[in-house]
Every structure is written in C-alpha cells, then in structure tokens.
Design a binder for this molecule. Sequence first.
Ligand SMILES: C[S@@+](CC[C@H](N)C(=O)[O-])C[C@H]1O[C@@H](n2cnc3c(N)ncnc32)[C@H](O)[C@@H]1O
Length: 293
Amino acid sequence: MRKSRILANVAEKVLSKEEAATVIKGMDIIGDIAILKIPSTLEGKETVLAEALLKEAPYIKTVFMQTEPTKGDYRLKKLKWLAGEKKSVTIHKEYGCLFKVDVEKAFFSPRLSFERKRIADFVKNNPVTFNETIINLFAGVGCFSILIAKFNPLVKVFSIDLNPNAVQYMVENIFLNKVRGKVIAVLSEARRIVNEFFLNKADRVLMPLPEKAFEFLDVSVSALKPLGGYIHYQDFIQSIEEKEAIKKAEEKVSRKLKELNIDFQFVGGRIIKNVAPYKFQIALDIKVSSKNI
Ligand SMILES: C[S@@+](CC[C@H](N)C(=O)[O-])C[C@H]1O[C@@H](n2cnc3c(N)ncnc32)[C@H](O)[C@@H]1O
C-alpha cells in the first residue's frame, strides 16, 4: 500500500473526517523509522496517530514528528519521538544499496531516491572517460556517491561533507555496500578541500545542496579538469510553472558560468520535487567543454 494511503487510513481511524484530511501528505519512511509532519491544529493528537500507525504498518518500529523545517549547515531535522522503539539509527534500502543513518544527526531524504538513481544512470550513459574521478561536494551519508559507484564500478568518488556524524555513517555505508576504494569519505568544508587538493582533478562534480550550490559554482569549475566534464547542479527556484522553473535556473546559472569564462551547455534539467507553493527543487546537468584557463 502507498505510504500516503497508509497514513490516510490511520488518520481516518483515529481522527475526525476534517482532521484526517489535514494529515494525508506528511510522512517519510526511512528504513523502519517514520517521520510525520503533523499540522499544529492537531496538537495533542500526535501520539494517538503515531501509535495507530505502528499497528497499521508493523514494519515501522519508531515514529517521530518533525517539529521545525530542515536547517543549519548540516541540514538537520528537529524531531520529537512519538511512539515505538526509542532509537534514531536505521538502515534504509534503495536500489540494492544500504544506507545506515541517524535521522537526528545527519541529512537523509528518501524523496531524493529517483534523482540519485537518475544520476547513477547518467554517469553510465554519459561517461567522460572509462575511469572517471568524481567529486561530490555535499555527500551526506554517501548516497549519491555509493549509488554511482555501484552502477559504475570503475569510478572513484571523493565524497566530501562538513558534518562529522554524516561522514562517520558514510564510512560505514562504504563498507556495507562494498565500495571501499571506489568511494572515499572526506571530512571537510568543500571550498577549502577543493582549493587544497582537488584543483583541476575532476571529470564530474556533484552539488546536491540546493540551498547553497549557486555559491559554490566557482568551486565546481575549479575542481573540473581543464578539458571540462559534467556538473550536476541543484537549486530551489520560485516559479508559477514547472517549465519556467527550469528556464529560470538555466538563466541564473548561465550568467554565473559566463562570468567564470567557461564553454558549457545544459544537457538535462528536471524538477526533483515541489517544496512549497510555487517553489521547486530542480536539477541541471551541465556539460563543460573547456575552462579557458
Ligand atoms: C542536502 S545534504 C546532502 C544529501 C546527500 N547528497 C544525500 O543524497 O543524502 C547536504 C550536505 O552538505 C553538507 N554541507 C553543507 N555545507 C557544506 C560545505 N560547505 N562543505 C561540505 N559539506 C557541506 C551538509 O552537512 C549535508 O550533509
């Protein structure tokens, strides 16, 4: 059963019809942990809802509610335990990979699953060379990097993150998924480490941090080899229509890349998800043909 339907069923059992209609969308399932977004109008009913969810879906062992939006440099969720086992570490399965994560201490979103697989397939279908060097500037617990390495065995992915907890889980995930030597975990601030170690080294750069990727476009360009490669960019764009959002993102990025004096073209663009009314998380695939340095 779809997760929105599970939550709707549970809500219909324990809430009034009007109340139930307000909760249908807000649930993420990460491994065996459910994270609910419950509107403030349902204050006092959270535990009843969470306990009913545990009964309806026995594979869920713990239920949290998210009390504030994802925030801070580490992109963490503020969570309140509601029911089930008191734990925040779980293992999430995705396309044959296993991702261990502490949902309170590191970023993880199951909603990026399709985008991660899309990028892994993109790497396979659009190789720069047979043994690419890839730099993931904002790697979290390693999901993009590990999926890419699983589907492209000859790549080497340097996976950078600022959050020591995320990097600790990334290291565990590298072992869990048997990609040791293909994914290399790096605990550092992205701009600093690229300037110190990765100038002109990469065939491809991943930028899965929509809040800040634009500020780091120059870092991606300096990491790419002089002959270029690919940048996989993300951003949040305000727009009335989806189609217009991609166009706006391309215009914004074009201005910056022209300033950086590189030859490039957009070879892909998609909406990852709708994050608020008229606000989209978008992905752009950018082919850089030369850096003119
Ligand atoms: C949206 S999350 C990454 C998601 C990850 N790629 C995934 O699919 O799960 C962004 C990550 O960037 C890290 N981060 C934020 N600013 C950074 C910086 N300046 N340098 C390196 N990592 C940074 C955060 O700690 C966080 O783990």
